[in-house]
Design a protein around this ligand. Structure first.
Ligand SMILES: NC(=O)c1ccc[n+]([C@@H]2O[C@H](COP(=O)([O-])OP(=O)(O)OC[C@H]3O[C@@H](n4cnc5c(N)ncnc54)[C@H](O)[C@@H]3O)[C@@H](O)[C@H]2O)c1
Length: 254
């Protein structure tokens, strides 16, 4: 039985992970960590800090769905205490991940960092990268619930990075363009503009819009419920023992 410690246990994703782990016959919840925890929840032993929780419960794997501001520190705690980690917290760019790969090197340790654990989102990114070989004009619109802290989303950043790797054709640009309101044209990840919508009612959605003369191609993915991420999270928990070092993206283990 693999024992899983859930960091960010009281959050929207953390509580969904606890539910999914409890339903899996080969996994069990070792404990939860959340600074907001005041007492044990639903039979899950709760801690307010990660390091004491790891020392006390000796989990096989930590799953982290916390906040962009704390994820690096949590990952380093897992590394120092030798516990493998599955990280879904967003806010890290490919450059951040490269830096962590150089810093956190240890033979008997691994972490999987995935900006998106939904299989549909992985396919959306792959299809977008494929389309980018033929369509140099592309913009991304991502839509999330209003409580999301980071913008643009980790998925949008990763999609833009994957597109930028293959973009070669001549893009149509307008030298006379200017913004009447700052930010109107979105954030730029190299050649790719990203627009972030934050409204209650959304979960996690993204459109990648390609165009060339006289045609538009839209690749769209919707996570309408957080259970969409759970098969990917459970797969990562089960496979983390076979990995070495820091692995970026669920697609690496599919
Ligand atoms: N990779 C994916 O597939 C995926 C999917 C959805 C959301 N996310 C990301 O997961 C993260 C969490 O999302 P959410 O919607 O659950 O947010 P949330 O705000 O509902 O939950 C975050 C929880 O982390 C807790 N927390 C804060 N600091 C902590 C610390 N130091 N240690 C332990 N817990 C701490 C908070 O108290 C809160 O309960 C975000 O970065 C979000 O973008 C990733």
């Amino acid at each position: 039985m693999k024992r899983v410690l859930v960091s960010g246990a009281l959050g929207k994703m953390g509580s969904e992970v606890i539910k999914a782990v409890r339903q899996a016959a080969d996994l069990e919840v070792a404990a939860g960590v959340d600074p907001r925890a005041e007492y044990d929840v639903d039979g899950v032993k709760m801690f307010t800090e990660l390091a004491p929780a790891i020392t006390a419960t000796k989990p096989d794997v930590v799953v982290d769905f916390t906040q962009p501001g704390v994820v690096v520190e949590n990952l380093k705690t897992c590394y120092e205490l030798g516990v493998r980690a599955v990280v879904g917290t967003t806010g890290l760019t490919a450059d951040d991940v490269e830096k962590l790969k150089r810093e956190l090197v240890r033979e008997d340790w691994a972490a999987l960092i995935a900006p998106n654990f939904a299989i549909g989102a992985i396919l959306m990114m792959r299809f977008a990268q494929e389309a980018a070989r033929y369509f140099p004009n592309v913009e991304i619109i991502e839509y999330h619930h209003s409580q999301k802290k980071d913008a643009p989303s980790g998925t949008a950043i990763k999609t833009a990075e994957m597109i930028n790797q293959v973009l070669t054709g001549q893009r149509e640009t307008n030298p006379d363009e200017f913004e009447k309101l700052p930010g109107a044209r979105g954030a730029a990840s190299s050649a790719v503009h990203i627009h972030s919508v934050r409204l209650p009612g959304y979960v996690a959605h993204q459109e990648v819009i390609f165009s060339s003369a006289g045609q538009l191609l839209t690749i769209k993915h919707d996570s309408t419920h957080r259970e969409s991420f759970m098969p990917g999270v459970l797969l990562a928990i089960r496979k983390i023992g076979e990995l070495e070092g820091i692995v970026y993206g669920l697609e690496q283990i599919l």
